[in-house]
Design a protein around this ligand. Structure first.
Ligand SMILES: O=P(O)(O)OC[C@H]1O[C@H](O)[C@H](O)[C@@H](O)[C@@H]1O
Length: 467
C-alpha cells in the first residue's frame, strides 16, 4: 500500500517538501503562505492522544480533509497496492507507513524545507501588527514574562521563535523538549496536571501569562497572572469577550458540552451563542456555513481547547488563540485595565462538572449507541421518571441535553450522546451546587436500571476542575 502510493506520487511527478518537526496550524499555513502555497500537506501525529494512537492529518488550503476524503485517499492507495500485487501492511500502522514511504518515495523529488522559522516569522508579524506599539514596534512584548508549556510536544517554538524574539522573557517556560513519551503530563490543556504545572511555573516566575499547548498546537489554554487556569468554558468565554468586542453582536459557535453560564455570558456581551456538536471539524464547518448564510460568526470553539477564527482562515489553531490572549494582555496593560482573567468576572461557573464514558460492549457500536440515546429521549419525553425539574433543551444537534432546575435558582444539566470516535456513550453532567451532580446521576440511574438489555458497562470518569 505504502510503496504503491509512493510510486503513484512519483508517477504523477509530485514533488515533496519534508518539514521535519511541524505543527498542525503550521502545516495548514504552508498551503497558504506566499512563497510556499503547497497543494496539500500531511503530518504524522497522535495529537493529544497517547503515543500508540498516532495517525495522519491531511490538509489543503481549504482546511483539514474530511473523514470521507481520507477514506477515498486510502482506498485508492489500497487499490493501487492490490493492482501491484502487494498486501496491505500492519493494520495498526498503515497510515504511518503510507506517509513515511510517500515522503521517501524518490529522493530526486524530495526537498527538505525548514518551514517552522518562516511560519514563526509570520506569527511575529501578526502580533506586531495587532499591538502596533508606536515606541518599540519590533519588540512589543518587552517587559512581559510569559511561560509556555508545550507539554513536550511540538510547540516550544512559540516561546523560542515567536514570543522571545518579540521581547518577552520566556525563560520560565517548561516541558520544552519534544519527547513523544510525554514524561511530565499529557499534553492536553484540559489535563489537571498540565494546568497545575503551568500555574506553578507562572506563580514562581511572577509571570504575566502562561500558555498551555497540546502536542500539535491545535489546542490551547492559558493561566492568568494570578494563577487561574483558563481552559474549557473559561477559555471560550475569554476568547468570546475579545472577539465580540471586535465583532459586536455576532455569533459564537461552540460544542455541545458548554456550561449554561457560558451561554448567558455570551448573551450579556451582546453576542449570540450557537451550541452545536462535539468535534472541531463539526463546529468549524458550522461556522463556515453560518457565515455563508449571512449569519456572521467570527469564532468557533470547543471546550477541548480547539478553536478557529474567521479572521484566521477558519483554521483549527491553538497558537493563534493563545496569541490573541497575549495581544489582549498587552492591550489591557497599556490601558491600565488589569489582568486578562478579570474579563471573566461575570462568568457563572458550575461547581461540579464531570464526564463519564460508558463503554459499549455490543459488536455493532453505532447501533447500540443509537438505541441508548433513542431510549433516553423516550424516557425524557415520558417525563424523566417523574422529575418535573428536568426539561429537554429545545435545540439538540447530537444526543439529548436536559436542563435541571436546582435549588435557589441554580441550574444543572446532563447530556447523553454517542462518542464521535470511541465505542462509548458519553455523559456530561454539571451542577451549580455541591452534591448536585450526584443527585442528577442518582436519578439518571433509574433510566439505566429500566434497560437491563443495554450492552454497556461501568463508565470511566473524567472530572473537570476549574481554577
Ligand atoms: O466524542 P468524543 O469521544 O468525546 O470525542 C470528541 C473529540 O474527538 C476528537 O478528539 C476531536 O479532535 C475533538 O474535536 C472532539 O472533541
Amino acid at each position: 500500500m505504502a510503496a504503491s502510493l509512493a510510486a503513484g506520487l512519483a508517477d504523477a511527478g509530485v514533488s515533496v517538501a519534508r518539514f521535519g518537526a511541524c505543527t498542525t496550524p503550521a502545516m495548514f499555513m504552508s498551503c497558504i503562505l506566499p512563497g510556499h502555497e503547497y497543494d496539500g500537506a500531511v503530518m504524522i501525529t497522535a495529537s493529544h492522544l497517547p503515543v500508540n494512537r498516532n495517525g495522519a492529518k491531511f490538509c489543503t488550503a481549504e482546511g483539514g480533509l474530511e473523514k470521507k476524503d481520507i477514506t477515498t485517499l486510502l482506498m485508492r492507495a489500497a487499490e493501487l497496492a492490490v493492482d501491484a500485487g502487494q498486501l496491505p501492511s500492519d493494520r495498526y500502522n498503515d497510515h504511518a507507513f503510507v506517509i513515511t514511504a510517500a515522503l521517501q518515495a524518490s529522493s530526486a523529488l524530495v526537498r527538505v524545507v525548514d518551514f517552522l522559522p518562516e511560519y514563526a516569522a509570520y506569527l511575529r508579524e501578526v502580533i506586531k501588527k495587532a499591538i502596533a506599539n508606536p515606541e518599540h514596534p519590533d519588540s512589543p512584548l518587552a517587559g512581559f514574562k510569559i511561560v509556555v508549556n508545550p507539554g513536550n510536544g511540538g510547540g516550544a517554538f512559540i516561546a523560542d521563535q515567536v514570543l522571545g524574539p518579540l521581547g518577552a522573557d520566556v525563560s520560565a517556560s517548561i516541558n520544552m523538549e519534544p519527547d513523544g513519551s510525554f514524561p511530565n503530563h499529557t499534553p492536553n490543556p484540559e489535563d489537571k496536571k498540565a494546568v497545575q504545572a503551568t500555574r506553578v511555573a507562572v506563580l514562581e516566575a511572577g509571570a504575566d501569562l502562561g500558555i498551555m499547548l497540546d502536542t500539535d498546537v491545535d489546542r490551547s489554554g492559558v493561566v492568568d497572572a494570578a494563577g487561574n487556569g483558563i481552559n474549557r468554558n473559561r477559555y471560550i468565554a475569554l476568547m468570546s469577550a475579545i472577539t465580540l468586542r471586535e465583532n459586536p453582536g455576532e455569533t459564537i459557535v461552540t460544542d455541545s458540552c458548554t456550561s449554561n453560564g457560558l451561554a448567558t455570558f455570551i448573551q450579556q456581551l451582546g453576542g449570540k451563542h450557537f451550541r452545536f456538536k462535539k468535534g472541531y471539524k463539526n463546529i468549524i464547518n458550522k461556522g463556515v456555513e453560518l457565515n455563508q448564510a449571512g449569519v456572521p460568526s467570527p469564532l468557533m470553539m470547543e471546550t477541548s481547547g480547539h478553536g478557529a477564527m474567521r479572521e484566521n482562515y477558519f483554521l483549527d489553531d491553538g497558537a493563534y488563540g493563545a496569541l490573541k490572549i497575549v495581544v489582549e494582555m498587552v492591550r489591557r496593560q497599556l490601558e491600565g485595565a488589569g489582568d486578562v482573567g478579570d474579563l471573566l468576572k461575570d462568568l457563572r461557573e458550575p461547581v461540579e462538572a464531570m464526564e463519564i464514558r460508558v463503554a459499549i460492549q455490543a459488536s455493532d457500536v453505532r447501533s447500540e449507541g443509537d438505541l441508548v440515546t433513542a431510549a433516553f429521549k423516550q424516557w425524557v419525553d415520558a417525563g424523566c421518571g417523574g422529575a418535573d425539574h428536568w426539561q429537554l433543551e429545545p435545540e439538540n444537534y447530537e444526543g439529548w441535553r436536559v436542563r435541571v432546575t436546582e435549588e435557589g435558582g441554580k441550574e444543572g444539566w446532563i447530556l447523553l450522546r454517542p462518542s464521535l470516535h470511541d465505542p462509548d456513550i458519553v455523559l456530561n453532567v454539571e451542577s451549580e451546587h455541591v452534591g448536585g451532580m450526584r443527585a442528577i446521576l442518582h436519578h439518571l440511574l433509574e433510566f439505566f436500571k429500566a434497560h437491563p438489555e443495554f450492552q454497556v458497562c461501568t463508565g470511566r470518569v473524567e472530572e473537570f476542575v476549574y481554577g
